[in-house]
Design a binder for this molecule. Structure first.
Ligand SMILES: Nc1ncnc2c1ncn2[C@@H]1O[C@H](COP(=O)(O)OP(=O)(O)OP(=O)(O)O)[C@@H](O)[C@H]1O
Ligand SMILES: [Mg+2]
Length: 514
């Protein structure tokens, strides 16, 4: 006799159905696991043997073979434990009920005592199980919340192997229940706390409205970090599909707390500058999403941008361009979405006090520092804004406008973009993604705008890429003002947000340009 259960092998957000087949013979106790299993899966026998024993199933008198098929797909991780243990228990007890579970997927890691422990990637696995035609997924109780809202597939939760075995024997399992994400995660910061810095506040609003990337340049203590941390408070709420994607990615990375539901806020990732390029892009033996994907649907904040290594910044290039990332490792490839808004902050010179008497940097040091700002990442940042040191008068001045007020304008500007998208059949969701061809349709140029742009190219040395970026931002500014055509004043404002390009080709911005 052989007993069969089903599990899933995840490759990023995609999964393969894995058939777990167990054969037994009476004989000297032995356990053989075949089917391209990595160390983490091969160790299953220790967990499974102990869990079965403590759940009342004795497998010591058998020679057991576990086959994970298809044999040419590499298996890693501990989520096959439950499927293996259920198949083994049915095999040694000669139970035939497993035939009723041909459309059931079992996911879960076992502890030595037989408890079912949470695993990564359950939401992605449930979505894939549905796509693969399964009708039921049994998941660890702690993972129930993330998968509970999925329609069209039954999601059951289990907290011990004994419960799973009683389910096979005809008992019942609880269904996964949606979890309300707790209010403790609600952000407690507000834009009103930021005083002065009107240009930077305006740039932040434009960034939120059109999903434009933003670079803030300013001395220490001018409010760069403070502003960046408040961007999520002026972004529209997560839509259901966005929440699902973001939750699936966080779950794959092992960042969801036990028993949590779908994420209810846009992610805000702010990795330290020592971050490696695989941690930025994603990778590892079990391919996991990196920072660019964890920020999907939200914000990636790179404070002290120039402290990040060149290779780490290089890893940003593809996701900033394509809004997704393809990862290729020795034996597998994966794809993750990475639609993020990049907010970067830098000081204007190595000491940070450029332009004031406190600055101790030589002209050479400043020029070298600024040259490092050009390149692949800067090319993809639509908005650059210079923050002056905060004047004392601003410190004691009035509070800034609240996040709620700004959010209202952002949401209205976003709806204008969606309406235009539908009307013109655009692929770009927001202005930031408008291709050159779409830009001509979304922002047709009047003769005045054309004249202004020609002047900008001739006089200020903007490249073609720079002009497209100016137009996208101008489109967003017009959307914020609820104005249909892009007007010269919108373009003029957008030009202000590219101070680093104003000297030919952006290769060597001069100190004077700041
Ligand atoms: N515009 C502002 N309004 C109100 N408080 C501010 C402002 N700017 C700075 N502060 C105060 O100064 C502190 C430091 O600001 P922040 O960390 O944002 O500066 P920064 O520009 O990121 O500096 P650094 O270059 O050192 O990282 C804030 O926590 C806040 O208390
Ligand atoms: Mg800072």
């Amino acid at each position: 006799m052989s007993s069969i259960t089903w599990s899933l092998g995840l490759r990023g957000l995609v999964a393969d159905a894995i058939r777990v087949e167990v054969a037994s013979q009476r004989g000297p106790s032995a356990f053989q696991l075949v089917g391209l299993a990595e160390a983490s899966v091969r160790e299953a026998h220790v967990r499974v043997r102990s869990a079965l024993k403590l759940s009342g199933v004795e497998i010591d008198e058998y020679l057991l073979t576990v086959l994970l098929a298809p044999a040419d797909i590499r298996k890693s991780g501990s989520l096959f434990d439950l499927a293996i243990a259920v198949a083994l228990a049915c095999e040694v007890r000669r139970l035939s009920q497993l035939e009723n579970f041909a459309k059931t997927v079992w996911l879960g890691e076992l502890s030595l005592s037989g408890a079912v422990r949470p695993v990564r990637g359950v939401l992605a696995a449930v979505l894939e199980a549905k796509r693969l035609g399964f009708e039921r997924v049994v998941v660890p109780k702690d993972n129930g919340g993330e998968a509970a809202e999925e329609q069209g597939i039954e999601v059951c939760v289990v907290s011990s192997l004994a419960e799973a075995l009683s389910f096979v024997g005809g008992g019942a399992l609880d269904k996964a229940r949606p979890v309300q994400t707790k209010s403790e995660t609600v952000r407690s910061v507000d834009l009103s706390e930021v005083r002065g810095q009107f240009a930077a506040r305006r740039a932040l609003e434009i960034a939120a409205a059109g999903e434009h990337n933003l670079l803030m340049i300013g001395p220490p203590g001018s409010g760069k970090t403070m502003l960046a941390r408040r961007l999520p408070t002026i972004l529209p709420p997560l839509e259901y599909n966005e929440a699902r994607e973001a939750t699936a990615l966080h779950s794959l990375a092992g960042l969801l707390r036990p028993q949590s539901g779908l994420l209810n806020q846009r992610p805000f990732r702010s990795p330290h500058h020592t971050l490696s390029s695989p941690a930025m892009a994603g990778g590892g033996t079990l391919i996991r999403p990196g920072e660019v994907s964890l920020a999907h649907g939200g914000v990636l904040f790179l404070d002290e941008l120039l402290e990040f290594s060149r290779s780490t910044l290089e890893a940003l290039r593809q996701p900033l361009e394509d809004r997704c990332i393809h990862l290729a490792r020795a034996r597998e490839t994966a794809w993750f979405p990475a639609a993020l808004t990049l907010i970067a902050a830098v000081n204007p010179c190595p000491c940070g006090y450029f332009g004031s008497t406190r600055c101790r940097c030589s002209a050479d040091a400043v020029a070298r520092y600024r040259r490092r700002l050009s390149g692949p990442v800067l090319d993809r940042i639509d908005l650059q804004v210079v923050l002056p040191p905060l004047p004392a008068a601003d410190f004691v001045g009035r509070e800034g406008e609240s996040s709620a007020n700004v959010l209202e304008r952002v949401v209205a500007a976003r709806s204008r973009q969606s309406e235009r998208r539908q009307k013109l059949g655009l692929t770009a969701r927001t202005n930031r993604d408008l291709s050159s061809a779409e830009l001509t349709r979304a922002a047709p140029l009047s003769s005045e705008v054309r004249a202004l742009l020609t002047q900008a190219v001739d006089g200020l040395g903007f490249s073609a890429r720079g002009v497209a970026s100016i137009l996208r931002v101008a489109r967003t500014i017009a959307d914020l003002e609820m104005v249909a055509p892009v007007r010269p004043e919108h373009v003029a404002e957008a030009i202000q947000y590219r101070p680093l390009d104003r000297v030919s080709g952006a290769a060597q911005p001069s100190a004077a340009s700041w």
